[in-house]
Design a protein around this ligand. Structure first.
Ligand code: AMP
Ligand code: MG
Length: 499
């Protein structure tokens, strides 16, 4: 038995996922990794569960977060791996489940109850052909992006830390193992519901939905049909999440239904990417030959995934045709929620408070000229705040990002005309725009540089990069290089499902 637990995990509390019963998960210890070491740590994520910023220095912290101490736990305190199924790349994939993730328990912190999950902690009954491990490279990518998204104000699971070990892990080449500690109020995915729908177990679908409602959507209890109300919440949150992605040029890469959070959180960071030069059809995942999850396809894919969820929840939504129509009605709200959320974000990005009918055209025209010129997504929006309303003298920071100067000049002229309708002066508009247009995003080459250093056991670049991404909207003197256009070597970087 552990005499003094390093973290106050609770795996038995009322209403927790583990209270659902053993059909929903398997209890098992993690598989230890030899001589683990700390790779990275997020003090903000620590604060969200009430840990001190130096918690990582405590005795036993690294071992705990690597899963090395779970063998000593008594049977009811063992971590759990949950079962789910899902559609992968549009095809029913059958049973999947936590093949390499183990939930240690939950912690009640200042931001509510958070589940603590170790990703890469060894084989589970759901590992299928996998080895239960995650490599250092992909664990750093997940860690960095979780925290970067949080600081951008985008709904996401969090990451507390990454630990590493020199234990070899076979991918395309031999790499080393790592474990990323993730935090979320819930790790329930659309696929958890699909699993019980496929098994024809409406009783279990109901149990799961009751858990999600009681724990995460309590207000839905008061609705005439709480399950329909819950679906409506998930539709709205998913729409808002994807609108955020589109507004910062984020591509998830693997929007399978098992990678969709029931809380509308960005989850399972794999071959994701932030767009550098804007290409509406950009495919960040090298394994996605068809471009199913291309940037531009994300909003429609989210709808498709919500459709799968609605189908899986159908037994709870009403009898016969009435249930189907109720579900369809809720799904249709996506078509209002998504454009509304995106419109709000894009207006703020362009510094537009007033509403004009021509605004949609203005925005679409900007995306078109960005696409035609492969203009840098982040810098285009960031630099727009520097435009002067009364003349072209301050256009250079935007203009210089476009090869076709005539095209961007025409757009800037239309934008300037539109700004005449606004009451804010240039300075106030710039301040407001800089609060929503990040200067620093997790470009692929930045993550890659930190990963290369980490592979050589130098974790300082990872810490520095995390520090930059903590304040993505601030001017950070001395850190301008992190906001610069990608170097030429970055264009040959490829990320795939291999992780
Ligand atoms: P992903 O594409 O990462 O969302 O993973 C899809 C499914 O494969 C999930 O059930 C994962 O748990 C499982 N999986 C991915 N990689 C591994 C691995 N190395 N070992 C075991 N299971 C894995
Ligand atoms: Mg996944």
């Amino acid at each position: 038995m552990l005499s003094t637990p390093v973290l106050p995990f609770d795996l038995r509390s009322e209403g927790s996922f583990s209270a659902l019963g053993s059909a929903f998960y398997t209890r098992l210890p993690a598989t230890p990794l030899p001589s683990p070491y700390l790779v990275g740590f997020s003090s903000e994520a620590a604060a969200s569960i009430g840990l001190e910023p130096d918690a990582f220095e405590r005795d036993g912290f690294v071992e705990t977060m690597t899963g090395n101490l779970t063998r000593e736990l008594d049977a009811e305190s063992l971590p759990i791996a949950t079962v789910y199924s899902g559609h992968q790349f549009g095809v029913w994939a059958g049973q999947l489940g936590d093949g390499r993730a183990l939930m240690l328990g939950e912690i009640a912190g200042p931001e509510g109850v958070q589940e603590v999950q170790l990703k890469g902690a060894g084989l589970t009954p759901y590992s299928r052909m996998g080895d239960g491990r995650a490599v250092l490279r992909s664990s750093i990518r997940e860690f960095l992006c979780s925290e970067a998204m949080h600081h951008l104000g985008i709904p996401t699971t969090r990451a507390l830390c990454v630990t590493g070990s020199d234990a070899p892990v076979r991918r395309e080449e031999i790499e080393t193992a790592a474990v990323v500690t993730r935090l979320a109020p819930s790790f329930v995915r659309f696929g958890h519901f699909e699993h019980w729908y496929a098994a024809d177990r409406p009783d279990r679908i109901r149990e799961l939905a009751d858990h999600v409602i009681d724990r995460h959507y309590p207000a839905c209890r008061d609705a005439q049909n709480p399950y329909l109300a819950m679906l409506a919440e998930v539709v709205e949150r998913t729409a808002v999440m994807v609108a955020h992605w589109q507004s910062v040029g984020f591509c998830h890469g693997v929007m399978n239904t098992d990678n969709m959070s029931i809380l509308g959180l960005t989850i399972d960071y794999g071959p994701y990417g932030f767009l550098d030069g804007f290409d509406a059809n950009h495919i960040c995942n090298h394994s996605d030959a068809q471009g199913r999850y291309a940037y531009q396809a994300q909003p429609q894919v989210a709808y498709w995934n919500l459709f799968c969820l609605a189908q899986a929840m159908l037994p709870l939504l009403g009898e016969g045709q009435a249930g189907v129509e109720a579900a369809q009605g809720v799904l249709e709200t996506y078509r209002t929620h998504f454009p509304r959320a995106l419109d709000r974000l894009l207006r703020a990005k362009l510094g537009l408070h007033e509403v004009r009918e021509s605004d949609t055209t203005l925005v679409n025209d900007l995306f078109k000229v960005m696409h035609d010129n492969r203009a840098d997504f982040t810098l285009t929006f960031r630099n727009l705040s520097r435009i002067a309303r009364d003349g072209a003298h301050a256009d250079a920071p935007v203009r210089d990002l476009f090869l076709d100067r005539a095209a961007i000049d025409a757009w800037l002229s239309a934008y300037r005309t539109r700004l005449q309708d606004e009451t804010q002066d240039d300075a106030a508009r710039a301040t407001a725009m800089n609060r929503v247009n990040p200067k620093y995003v997790l470009r692929n080459h930045l993550a890659e540089t930190a990963i290369r250093a980490a592979k050589d056991k130098d974790f300082s670049e990872l810490a520095r990069l995390l520090d930059v991404l903590r304040k993505p909207f601030d001017e950070q003197p001395g850190n301008e290089a992190y906001a610069a256009l990608p170097p030429t070597w970055a264009s040959s970087l490829e990320v795939s499902c291999s992780s």
